[in-house]
Design a protein around this ligand. Structure first.
Ligand code: ATP
Ligand code: MG
Length: 250
C-alpha cells in the first residue's frame, strides 16, 4: 500500500467523535474514493492525513512506514491536499499561487517542469498567469487549486469535494483531469458527496457514515449496491420496482 490508515480516531474537544476506528488503504496508481454525506467526516479525514488535526489514536503510513502527521512533514512524505472550497490566495496571481505549492522544493528546474505539466493539464491557467486568483471562475479556481497541490510533486493527491459548487460540465472536466493525473502516475484519494462521479472513476471506494467506514468495494460494485443507490444516488427502491414492472409489460 502506498498510503494506509489504521484505527484512526479523531475528536473535536471531548464530545465530538468525528472519526471512529477508520482503516483503509490506497495502492500505488489507484483512484480511491470515499463517499459520504454532509458531516460524515470527510474533511476531518483529509485534515488529519495532512497533519492539520491530531488523531487521538491510530496510524498513518506511507509504504508501510508510519509518518508523523505534521503539515510540512506530510508534504515531504508525498501527500498533498486540494482543500474543500479551494482555499486559494485570492490576492495573489495564478502564477504566484502555483509557485507557493512548491514551497518546500529547492530544485528550480523541476519546479518549472512541473509548472509546464500543470499548464498542459489546464491550458487555461497558462493564459491567466498574471490574473488574480480571486477573479477566476469557480471551475478555473478548482483547476488552480489542483495545480497548486501538484506543484509539490506528491505521490498521493488528496481531493476534498472537487465538484463542490461547479456546474455539471465543469464537474465532468475536473473528474476527467483527475483521471489524467492518475494515468500520469499520481495516486488519488478523493472524498465526495457526488457519489455518482466519484464511484465512476474509482478503482475502489469506501462509504463513510457518521465517522465510520460502513462499506467498501470496487467503484462499479458500489454503483450497483442497493444501499448506495438508495442513500447516495437518489434512486428510490420503489422507482426501481416500478421500472421492473414496466419492463415486464414490454
Ligand atoms: N471545528 C470543529 N469543531 C467541532 N466539530 C466539528 C468541527 N469541524 C467539524 N466538526 C464536526 O465533525 C463532523 C465531521 O465534519 P466534517 O467537516 O469532517 O464532515 P464532511 O464529511 O467533510 O462534511 P461536508 O460534506 O459538509 O463537508 C461533523 O459532525 C462536524 O459538525
Ligand atoms: Mg467537508
Amino acid at each position: 500500500m502506498l498510503l494506509s490508515v489504521e484505527g484512526l480516531n479523531v475528536f473535536y474537544g471531548e464530545a465530538i467523535h468525528a472519526l471512529r476506528d477508520v482503516s483503509f488503504g490506497v495502492e500505488e496508481g489507484e483512484i480511491v474514493s470515499i463517499i459520504g454525506a454532509n458531516g460524515a467526516g470527510k474533511s476531518t479525514l483529509m485534515w488529519t492525513l495532512v497533519g492539520l488535526l491530531k488523531p487521538k489514536s491510530g496510524r498513518i503510513l506511507m509504504r508501510g512506514k508510519p509518518i508523523r502527521p505534521i503539515p510540512h512533514l506530510s508534504v515531504a512524505a508525498g501527500i498533498a491536499l486540494v482543500p474543500e472550497r479551494r482555499r486559494l490566495f485570492p490576492h495573489l496571481t495564478v502564477r504566484e499561487n502555483l509557485i507557493l505549492g512548491a514551497y518546500l522544493r529547492k530544485d528550480r528546474k523541476g519546479v518549472e517542469e512541473d509548472a509546464e505539466l500543470v499548464y498542459r493539464l489546464f491550458p487555461i491557467l497558462k493564459e491567466r498567469l498574471s490574473q488574480y486568483a480571486g477573479t477566476l471562475s469557480g471551475g478555473q479556481q478548482q483547476m488552480l487549486a489542483i495545480g497548486r497541490a501538484l506543484m509539490s510533486r506528491p505521490k498521493v493527491l488528496l481531493l476534498d469535494e472537487p465538484s463542490l459548487g461547479l456546474a455539471p460540465v465543469l464537474v465532468d472536466q475536473v473528474f476527467k483531469a483527475i483521471q489524467d493525473i492518475a494515468s500520469s502516475g499520481t495516486t488519488i484519494l478523493l472524498v465526495e458527496q457526488n457519489a455518482l462521479e466519484a464511484l465512476q472513476i474509482a478503482h475502489r471506494a469506501y462509504v463513510l457514515e457518521v465517522g465510520r467506514i460502513v462499506l467498501e468495494g470496487k467503484g462499479k460494485e458500489l454503483l450497483d449496491n442497493p444501499i448506495v443507490r438508495a442513500a447516495y444516488l437518489g434512486v428510490a427502491q420503489h422507482t426501481e420496482i416500478l421500472l421492473e414492472r414496466t419492463d415486464n409489460k414490454v
